[in-house]
Write a protein that binds this ligand. Structure first.
Ligand SMILES: O=C(O)CCC(=O)N[C@@H](C(=O)O)c1ccccc1
Length: 368
């Protein structure tokens, strides 16, 4: 397979409601799609960077630049395309894991479509549907939060994740427990908003029987998470800190995490995501699939990943309408709390041209 070129497609998708986290509020999802064109067909990749470097150091314009100037030309010059070699070919360029992940995803999709194999088959999926959790942003009030959570439970979501930050943590968790009871699967996500000095405060969440507390401390603070895990009973889960199979093994051995959130974009691609899954399974650490407000393109690949055996906890693999009134692919629709794993070649979905055109802000063709 030979790379002919890559189209960088900048899209801006309006969210059905503002999504507030400890690092800001989004009302649209601005992201980058890659249409990878080869001599044997096309493949699609989704770059999950934020517009600004507030979740991680990557951001949309930076990803487009590193793809345009370094990643795409280098891959094109490396000989016949082979998705399993993309990470190695791009390794000389430090970081930029989300940009690399998008390119690898597009190459893998093109390859698998040409072979007639699905992402699920390639990654080793063992389920044909996956249970779905939902992420609930920081709200303006407790009543507004309870309305949102009640709506998602009514829709059938099997797990609730609450975004928290200092000043919005114990009270919302207590209110959800009091309103919806102890049987609801409930977890919280701090997105690095706390420090080790908050350990005693975070221990106040212990009585609420949470599945986990996600990334309470900053990305680099592995030892801090290990120390926090000794001071609270809620299992610690890492997100931003998990960047590779190697860093995952280190975090587990240091006692920094009892659960791992795997996000393919954050770790450099679906193939590294599978390697992280394998490391966690080997250590008896449960994993779940995180989300970055993906369109149906990334959502399709995430649902396939979430069907691997070690994904024993519901992920942030929500239905399309959690975030978008209209997705750019056929929408993913919740069915009894689950989403069906795509079975078609590659990621199994394609953008609907007129729907993609509606949200495209600009495109750029990178010739090779
Ligand atoms: O369901 C989803 O796709 C979003 C799940 C979610 O909360 N993602 C958070 C996160 O910190 O994990 C996030 C969203 C957007 C950007 C970065 C991170």
């Amino acid at each position: 397979m030979k790379l002919t070129g890559v189209e960088l497609i900048h899209v801006s998708m309006p969210l059905v409601s503002p999504f507030r986290t400890s690092f800001g509020t989004q009302v649209t999802r601005d992201l980058l799609l890659l249409r990878v064109v080869t001599d044997e067909g096309e493949g699609w990749g989704e770059c999950v960077t934020m517009p600004d470097p507030v979740y991680s150091s990557e951001y949309v314009a930076g990803a487009a630049d590193v793809l345009r100037r370094f990643l795409i030309p280098t891959l094109a010059a490396s000989g016949p395309l082979d998705a399993s070699r993309v990470a190695t070919v791009l390794a000389p360029f430090k970081g930029h894991r989300m940009a690399k992940a998008a390119l690898e995803m597009g190459v893998l999709d093109a390859e698998l479509r040409a072979e007639g194999r699905s992402f699920a088959r390639e990654l080793g999926a063992v389920h044909d549907r996956v249970p779905c959790g939902v992420s609930v942003g920081i709200m303006d009030s407790i009543p507004a939060l309870l309305d949102a959570v009640g709506g998602y439970i009514d829709e059938g979501y099997v797990r609730i994740k609450l975004k928290i930050e200092p000043g919005w943590d114990v009270a919302p968790v207590r209110a959800v427990r009091e309103r919806f009871g102890d049987d609801v699967l409930l977890q919280v996500d701090a997105n690095t908003a706390y420090t080790l000095a908050d350990a005693r405060h975070l221990a106040r969440l212990d009585p609420f029987d949470l599945l986990l507390i996600e990334q309470p401390l900053e990305e680099e603070d592995i030892l801090g998470h290990a120390s926090l895990a000794q001071q609270i009973t809620t299992p610690v889960c890492l997100d931003e800190s998990i960047t590779s199979a190697q860093s995952t093994a280190a975090a587990i051995r240091l006692g920094a995490c009892a659960v791992v959130n795997i996000k393919p974009g954050r770790v450099g691609g679906y193939l590294e995501a599978r390697r992280i899954h394998d490391v966690c399974v080997a250590h008896g650490v449960p994993v779940w699939c995180g989300g970055m407000l993906e369109t149906g393109i990334g959502r399709a690949a995430n649902v396939a990943l979430a069907a691997l055996p070690g994904f024993t906890m519901p992920g942030d693999t929500s239905a399309s309408d959690r975030y978008y009134r209209t997705d750019i692919t056929e929408p993913f629709v919740l069915d009894a709390g689950t989403l069906t794993v795509p079975t078609g070649p590659g990621i199994g979905v394609l953008p609907v041209p007129e729907l993609l055109a509606e949200v495209t802000t600009h495109t750029e063709w990178v010739t090779v």
